[in-house]
Design a protein around this ligand. Structure first.
Ligand code: 6GU
Length: 276
């Protein structure tokens, strides 16, 4: 996948692009990222001006149409296909995993980052970009939002994650779009909290059942909005019907299996009792 970023601040991306997952993806030729400075298309050869005061008055500055439109057109012509143009703006449709999946289908994306009070309206009218927002709050510019889009999209490019399964099992992924289940690693017991016994059972079917119940329960508790329209879980269908014991999720009261619940236990004994 090729991603072109059009911005007034290409430097903002440098340290992000050197980060491990992305760096490896770029080195392995799975992802190409090209940065372009919109200022290079300024008509003002002396001060490289790209913004001006809004007609009608008001605070701040507005990105001018000519440098932005001409930058986009020039960048589109830099490869065999023009690519899918995304404008990062708080007025766009809100990014979610379904939108990320849609964007990841394109072999080439152009991410147009704005600054100041916004874009001259004619930029939208002429270029008809896919306008994307990352949430209902205002950022100082589209750069951080563009990094969010890149980060979410490249996870879906085949080969970028070591294990293909890990992006499919993420929160919001798969046909049900539930939150992800709880994860545990060693030690088995920590400060009185024990790993649910089923995860240590080796019974893979039971583990899968527990994880699906946990995903449903967490989603119901935290994000009921995600369940609306879901085909796999009817609203009101309590996940508590399924045997997810309180004990397996909270403090373990059993001093016999969880030595950490007893402050007087020696470290050696607690290691023995909590061996993974
Ligand atoms: Cl994409 N840009 C800006 N400037 N603010 C935002 C945003 C984008 N998404 C949410 N807030």
């Amino acid at each position: 996948m090729r991603i072109d970023v059009l911005t007034l601040f290409p430097e903002i991306f440098h340290s992000y692009l050197g980060q491990s997952v992305l760096k490896k993806a770029i080195e392995r030729g799975l992802v190409e990222i090209h940065l372009h400075n919109i200022r290079d298309w300024s008509h003002d050869k002396k001060h490289h001006k790209v913004d001006d005061r809004p007609f009608g008055g008001g605070p701040g500055m507005v990105l001018m149409a000519p440098p932005v439109v001409e930058c986009v057109e020039a960048v589109q012509a830099m490869a065999n296909e023009p690519g899918h143009l995304v404008m990062l703006t708080p007025q766009g449709r809100k990014l979610n995993q379904a939108v990320v999946e849609e964007l990841a289908q394109h072999p080439r994306l152009l991410l147009l980052c704005g600054r100041y009070e916004g874009f001259d309206e004619r930029i939208r009218l002429i270029l008809k970009p896919d306008e994307i927002s990352i949430g209902d709050y205002v950022l100082n510019g589209g750069e951080v939002a563009a990094m969010v889009v890149i980060d979410a999209v490249i996870r879906l490019v085949p080969g970028v994650l070591g294990d293909e399964e890990s992006s499919r099992q993420d929160s919001f992924s798969g046909p049900d779009r539930l939150l992800d289940h709880a994860q545990y690693t060693r030690p088995r017991c920590y400060r009185g909290y024990e790993v649910p016994a089923v995860l240590l059972s080796g019974n893979h079917r039971a583990i899968e059942r527990w994880r699906l119940m946990d995903r449903r329960r967490r989603t119901e508790e935290r994000r009921r909005d995600l369940l609306e329209g879901s085909t796999t879980l009817r609203l009101g269908e309590s996940t508590r019907d399924e045997k997810v014991s309180k004990n397996s999720l909270g403090k373990c009261g059993d001093a016999g299996t969880c030595p950490e619940s007893s402050a007087t236990e020696s470290r050696k004994e607690s290691e023995k009792g909590c061996q993974a």
